[in-house]
Design a protein around this ligand. Sequence first.
Ligand SMILES: C[S@@+](CC[C@H](N)C(=O)[O-])C[C@H]1O[C@@H](n2cnc3c(N)ncnc32)[C@H](O)[C@@H]1O
Length: 229
Amino acid sequence: MAARHPVFALTYDLLAPGMDAAGAGEHRRRLLAGLSGRVVEVGAGPGRNFSWYPPEVRQVVAVEPEPYLRRRALHAAGQSLVSVDVVDGVAEALPVADGWADTVVFALVLCSVADPDRALAEARRVVRPGGALRFYEHVAADSPGWRRAQQIADRVWPRVAGGCHTHRDPVATIRRAGFHVDTLDRFAFPPGRGAGLVSTHVLGSARRDPDGVTGPPGTHATEAGTQVD
Ligand SMILES: C[S@@+](CC[C@H](N)C(=O)[O-])C[C@H]1O[C@@H](n2cnc3c(N)ncnc32)[C@H](O)[C@@H]1O
């Protein structure tokens, strides 16, 4: 569905185990702790999250557009203790019915999607009222100097890193979509290295309102649901 990124896909697949051993695995554990029921994982890559889903998770739909990574995810799904369906698709048009999911998961993916606002609108559509969003992302740095460096890097970095942008603010995007952020941890990773192009991370959870009618700013509730004004 999305463009192929064979070099990035192979590189990421090779580097991801080392990143997980260096601490990203622990972030994945925290990201997914306590989940249950039905989960949509957006941009699942090679499936590095699958082994961290708790047994209370009944079904995962793992959406992955890149063909090589999707094949790797299929392999990981075959070894997973929870049921994982790996499907082709993009964040901006999730192949999932309205309100199907108890939780939508984004891990290191909102940097890469073509349209983050559209992706969050889709997440809000597929999660049930009162359902959750879990996110683990690298974000724009705190210091003005590093932010400027990220803006410059983003002129070329997406072309060599599978569409990844370094200077994004996914938490703002999540809030703009009408999710309420419940928990938010912000930290440098790898630890002890200080600032860098992709070292500032956020890990947190957000929630869709239980009545399902409060939408993003500029929307209002009707009997048929939430409509854009
Ligand atoms: C850095 S990798 C992260 C993979 C995985 N989520 C993880 O935690 O290891 C970024 C992923 O986002 C995927 N991606 C890029 N654009 C996407 C889009 N528009 N919709 C869904 N996934 C996308 C890529 O194919 C890739 O698998």
